[in-house]
Design a protein around this ligand. Sequence first.
Ligand code: SAM
Length: 290
Amino acid sequence: MKLTDLSTIREIMSRHGVSFQKKFGQNFLISPQVPVNIAEAAVETLNSCAAPGKRGILEIGPGIGTLTRELSSRADKVVAVEVDSALIPILDETLADCPNTRVINQDILKTDLAALIESEFLSEGYSVAVAANLPYYITTPILMALVESRLPFESITVMIQKEVAARLAAHAGDADYGSVTASLAYYGSVERLFNVPAGCFVPAPKVDSTVIRINLYKTPPVSVRDEQTLFRVIRGAFAQRRKTLANSLRTEFPKELIPGALEAAGLPADIRGERLSLEDFARLADALSQ
Ligand code: SAM
């Protein structure tokens, strides 16, 4: 069964009485090479990690199982979390010959990630990476939940909207640089792997996609007195993008603290938030948490 064939997808979905659910961001892959490339990029990080052993993959949103099958043939175990219960009977069929793969019918944002990863992977000695063709409507919440969980993922390889990928991979001073970019930089480095045109999906979305890989740090690249203050500084810096950093930070900190903190961090009084690197944010956070 070739799950990237349009006729196969239509046949299997109509036989199960299932239609595409826009509300779940369902755009299924119809390009055979793309799921292969995503699976290889994800599993590669498990082969080359410090302690290679049993390779585990957490997939988010398996759909009808197209990427899941490629993951299943390259990893030792795959756990796929799918919110749409209508797809579960299809996955039972398309993954029937993948005994190393388990599907869980849950919303990933309501899943106890720590408990899932511990019971399915860590307790059994697996190293683990994440792979997904993410639903566009919740890309950022899913990525932030994954990194903020502090679980020992080797990497997170995901297909996301091209514009969002540009934002996540931006550097200080780029037009696309924002609070998610700076926050994510605390947890890992973002690699843009390849672009995927809208025509590689059914139904075709209105936008193109990019596959990115987030290589997670074992320890953060900057050390701060208080992480929550760092994230408040980043949030405050971008709260009012048209204003200077000093003015925008007033959304998060008392205004009388700001000039002294900027000076202590070695930053000009009139600098704008988008010019600050993670190191700058870290110095400023330490000055503000004194
Ligand atoms: N992996 C398939 C592929 O590449 O063809 C489908 C990808 S489709 C873009 C996104 C998938 O995520 C859909 O199957 C959708 O039902 C599922 N999904 C959407 N929201 C979800 C959530 N909160 N938790 C888990 N899965 C979700």
